[in-house]
Ligand binder design. Structure first.
Ligand code: F6R
Length: 263
């Protein structure tokens, strides 16, 4: 695992957007996995700017969402598809039919089919080249809450109350409006991506980051599954790095990283 500690959230976004930009320039038909939530927003803003400056085209990219709420009407502004369109893809040249997310609109039986179909779509696209991730206060990635199987695939999950309270800010602070259920890529699905890029900023992420990076591999901290991945990059600002015991080593390793190894 590579830990990149930056001065602040903007520098973290610069590092994350740089990795995505380099991938897409090199492989214009790259397959991206997109996270929603607050953490990747500055990264998306930088990618939009790079597109506007003519440096970056997403015309041949395919993109897959990490997760989707169950039961929100398709046109609900806080559905993750609407969120990613508003915050990112509507501002670049990614054709809308090249953006896919799990379909959380059906009945119970339909949700199972939708989850299987989603897995099949990712496989048919050749797998995800780079999966952008955030981390929840409870250590979740995607919406794989604590105790999620480390081998899980896309499926229905029930959100913890911590996550619902955290996400109430997107629903006018009305926790009752936050859906209880989601479809999420499983931890096994996420681990299949060829590069995992987790971005976390701010003091509220210091504890889960430390547990994920330096704690034991455990289903109680789903993000600790990154320890299993051969190419996982964790980009964090100083505040999110505050509880890492080996922060100085990560800084040292990054500062002396051979050029050929840069992500
Ligand atoms: C979003 C997702 C979640 C978030 C996590 C952190 O698609 O799957 O795992 O990345 O809840 O959310 P923020 O970035 O809002 O703190």
């Amino acid at each position: 695992m590579e830990i990149v500690i930056t001065a602040d959230a903007e520098a973290a976004a610069e590092a994350a957007a740089g990795a995505i930009e380099r991938l897409v320039v090199k492989h214009p038909n790259a397959v991206l996995g997109l996270a929603t939530g607050s953490s990747p927003l500055p990264t998306y803003r930088r990618l939009i700017a790079a597109h506007r400056e003519g440096r970056l085209s997403f015309a041949s990219v395919r993109a897959f969402l990490l997760d989707e709420y169950v039961g929100l009407p398709a046109d609900h502004p806080e559905s993750y598809r609407a969120f990613i369109q508003r915050e990112f893809t509507d501002h670049v040249d990614l054709p809308s039919d090249r953006l896919q997310g799990p379909d959380g609109s059906g009945s119970d039986a339909e949700l199972r089919t939708a989850a299987d179909r989603y897995e099949a779509s990712i496989t048919e696209a050749g797998g995800i080249d780079l999966q952008l991730l955030g981390i929840g206060r409870d250590g979740h990635i995607g919406f794989n809450e604590p105790t999620s199987s480390l081998g899980s695939r896309t499926r229905l999950k029930t959100l913890t109350e911590t996550t619902r309270v955290d996400n109430a800010r997107f629903f006018d602070d009305d926790v009752d409006a936050v859906p209880r259920h989601v479809l999420t890529q499983g931890i096994g699905t996420i681990l299949d991506a060829r590069h995992l890029l987790l971005v976390a900023t701010g003091a509220s992420k210091a504890e889960p980051v430390a547990r994920a990076v330096e704690g034991p591999l455990t289903a109680m901290v789903p993000a600790s599954a990154l320890q299993l991945h051969p190419r996982a990059t964790v980009v964090i600002d100083k505040k999110a790095a505050a509880k890492l015991i080996h922060a100085n080593y990560y800084r040292h390793a990054y500062a002396h990283k051979p050029e050929w190894q840069r992500f």
